[in-house]
Design a protein around this ligand. Sequence first.
Ligand code: 6PG
Length: 230
Amino acid sequence: MILPKAANLTVYPDAVELAAVVAQRIAALIAQSIAARGVCRIALAGGSTPHRCYEQLSSLPVDWPRVQIYFGDERCLPVGAAGRNDEMARRSLLQRVELPAANVHAVAAELGAVRAAADYAARLKAALPLDIVLLGMGEDGHTASLFPGNPALQSEDAAVAVFDAPKPPPERVSLSLATLNAARHKLFLVAGAGKREALARIAQGEALPAAQITAAEWHLDQDAIPAKPI
Ligand code: 6PG
């Protein structure tokens, strides 16, 4: 299978192996960023796929005080709500490592998408380009909170307010395509048979949001690979 704009594609036997190997890859990229620039600015992916990878990453030797944590997107839910992407990251990674609280740059999504996106865009300015962006992909080919046909895809701002998201909650904040694509390293983590159709559509040239991320490393488990060859 070939994904048109991918830098490379690696298929793992299962989601456990994917999580373990990608955690090592992330740790190596963090070390590379710190060696080059004295800091690593990484945007974490939301959803459920990265959870296991983050747990694996939390046990690897990383110079956490030199890591600045951002989020690829956030759901407009109250602070501490179980469904927030920053909560998943806290449970699986951030509260397991020696990371200064000031290094975690959460999206103030509880303020509502418009205010939170403007606030995040302002806070991101000094941090761009990001060193690493971790991304998931939805069954419709969305990534971060950039959904097919949503006006947020056209934004030139650093972060963008999202409304009418088909994956609840409807209101979100996302890094823009421009911000995601400007990152030095972009890694997709995609697992499960539910992602086969979107991957097949991307392999056939459909410009789904995830397909618009350029030069990314795609890390897939075998289950996500479409059944019939493309
Ligand atoms: C979200 C995520 C979203 C996620 C994909 C894949 O807020 O849900 O940011 O982009 O990465 O929907 O989600 P799963 O990993 O749960 O399949």
